[in-house]
Design a protein. Sequence first.
Length: 219
Amino acid sequence: MTNLLIAPSILSSNFSNLKEEIQAIDKAGADWIHLDIMDGHFVPNLTFGPPIIRSIRQITKKPFDAHLMVTNPDEYLEAYSSSGVNMITVHKEVSTHLDRTLTRIRELGCKAGVAINPATSISGLEFVLDKLDLILVMSVNPGFGGQEFLNSSIDKIKLIKNLVGDRDIKIQVDGGINDKTASKVIQAGANVLVAGSAIFKGTGLKSYKKNIDILRSKA
Ligand code: DX5
Ligand code: ZN
């Protein structure tokens, strides 16, 4: 498969050295930069928001892929789009009016994605396929990097692949992706791999390039 995309999550980077970390994954061959936005409500952790995104936007031209792990994404869609992200993914569990939210994301000029937790079904997504650019399958319970991959995500990816058919919708998987799990999710139908701890293992460009190349070699 040649169309596999790798999206390193900067959640696992060294935040005291964020500029160099982003430059390193850019040069190491990252396709997208995955931004894990956590609000301390939807998930038991807090990360960063639009001001930091706006300032790191100047460091790289790679697409910014914002994964909003927040209870009220609708209130922040404009703030994220104007901070320079290219894709906004909201969680199905908090999206009472998912159709409206996805429409709004596209109106703001971003690609629109929906994320589903390990215990969330794909039901209902069949009605919003024409509003979706991306479906994100969580293969851990969101909130932290470095957790163990949940095998239940494999069957879910297969169901989504079937649902998506030949539509231009990316199937992204996030959580516990490493040299052992990558091939399983790719075989099931994932074409965008998010990885934090597996990519930011070691320090600097050389390590990150090796780590990205290992994941890419699984396709
Ligand atoms: C989890 C985040 C992930 C996480 C992945 O809540 O959405 O993006 O950073 O980290 P790893 O690859 O270490 O499981
Ligand atoms: Zn994520």
